[in-house]
Write a protein that binds this ligand. Structure first.
Ligand SMILES: [Fe+2]
Length: 286
C-alpha cells in the first residue's frame, strides 16, 4: 500500500485485497443483494439471472475477484481486473478489448444504498459481471472496447459513449414474457429496476443505432428514454459495421433530448403482447 492508497500498475490495476474488507462492507453487500434479488425476479432478463447463478455471486458477502475470474474465464475468456475507481477512457477501452473487466473494489456506505454517483463493487460485480457469462454479450463488450479506442482517435467518443449508456448500463430487452432489464445501471438500482418497467413516464423505444448515438442522457436521475433490443444477437449485429461513416452521417444531425420522441421511433409495450411486443409508431413528428 502506498501513501496514496493501493499500489497501482501502469494500467491502473490494483489488488482487490479481499481480506481487507470489514464485516460492515459485507453486511452492506448482503443488504443490497437481498433487496435486488427480490426485485429482479420477473424483471431481469434470463441471461442475467442465469449468469448470476453460474458465477455463484450470492448474498454471503463481497466476492473474491480471483474466484469469479476463474469461472468467467472458463466460460467466456473474460477476467476481472481491480481498479481504484473510474479510469481514463483509453485505459478502460484497452481492458475491454482484451476481455478484462475493470471493477472497483470499494462498497458504498449504508446511508448510500439508494444512490451513488460513482460505480462501486456492487454495481460492477452484481450489475455487469453476470452478462459477461453470455457468449454473445461477452463478444459485444470486447467489440465495444475496440470501438472505443477507434472512436477516440476519430473524435467521436461522445456518440459512442451513448451506445454504452443506453445498452450496457440502461438497456431493456424484449422477451415473450414482456420487457426485461439487462442494463447494469438498472440492475444495481432498486428504484430504477421498478421505474424502468412500471412507470408510465419514460419512453421505451426500439433500438436503433443512429438514434441511440444521437440521444443525450442524464446521469443524475432515472432515464427518460430506454432503448429495447430484441436479443443480444441483434445488438451485436447492429453494432458490427464500421462506425466511421455512421459517425460522419450523424455528426451533421442535431442531438436528441432524452425526453423526445421522433416520428420514426417505435414504442415498445411493457406487457407481453406476443413475440413482437406490440411496437407502434408515434404520429408525432419532431
Ligand atoms: Fe457500469
Amino acid at each position: 500500500m502506498s501513501a496514496n492508497g493501493p499500489d497501482m500498475a501502469a494500467d491502473f490495476t490494483i489488488e482487490q485485497d479481499w481480506q481487507g474488507y470489514r464485516e460492515e462492507d459485507h453486511a452492506v453487500w448482503r443488504l443490497l443483494f437481498e433487496r435486488q434479488q427480490k426485485l429482479l425476479i420477473g424483471r431481469a432478463c434470463d441471461e442475467y439471472l442465469d449468469g448470476l447463478g453460474a458465477l455463484g455471486v450470492a448474498a454471503g458477502g463481497i466476492p473474491d475477484f480471483r474466484r469469479l475470474s476463474d469461472v468467467l474465464e472458463h466460460t467466456t475468456g473474460w477476467r476481472i481486473v481491480a481498479v481504484p475507481g473510474l479510469v481514463p477512457d483509453a485505459v478502460f477501452f484497452a481492458h475491454l478489448s482484451r476481455r478484462r473487466f475493470p471493477s472497483t473494489c470499494f462498497i458504498r456506505r449504508r446511508d448510500q444504498l439508494d444512490y451513488l454517483q460513482e460505480p462501486d463493487v456492487f454495481h460492477d460485480i452484481c450489475g455487469h459481471l453476470p452478462l459477461l457469462m453470455n457468449p454473445v454479450f461477452a463478444d459485444y463488450m470486447q467489440a465495444y472496447g475496440e470501438g472505443g479506442l477507434k472512436a477516440q482517435g476519430l473524435g467521436h467518443l461522445r456518440r459512442l459513449a451513448r451506445l454504452y449508456w443506453y445498452t450496457v448500463e440502461f438497456g431493456l430487452i424484449a422477451t415473450p414474457a414482456g420487457l426485461r432489464i439487462y442494463g447494469s445501471g438498472i440492475l444495481s438500482s432498486a428504484g430504477e429496476s421498478v421505474y424502468c418497467l412500471d412507470d408510465p413516464r419514460p419512453l421505451r423505444l426500439g433500438f436503433d443505432l443512429r438514434r441511440v448515438m444521437r440521444t443525450r442522457y442524464r446521469i443524475d436521475r432515472f432515464q427518460e428514454s430506454y432503448f429495447v433490443i430484441d436479443d443480444f444477437a441483434q445488438l451485436f449485429a447492429a453494432t458490427r459495421p464500421d462506425f466511421t461513416p455512421i459517425y460522419r452521417e450523424i455528426a451533421a444531425l442535431p442531438d436528441i433530448e432524452p425526453d423526445t420522441m421522433l416520428g420514426c421511433d417505435c414504442r415498445c409495450a411493457v406487457a407481453a403482447e406476443g413475440k413482437k411486443m406490440g411496437r407502434s409508431k408515434s404520429a408525432a413528428q419532431v
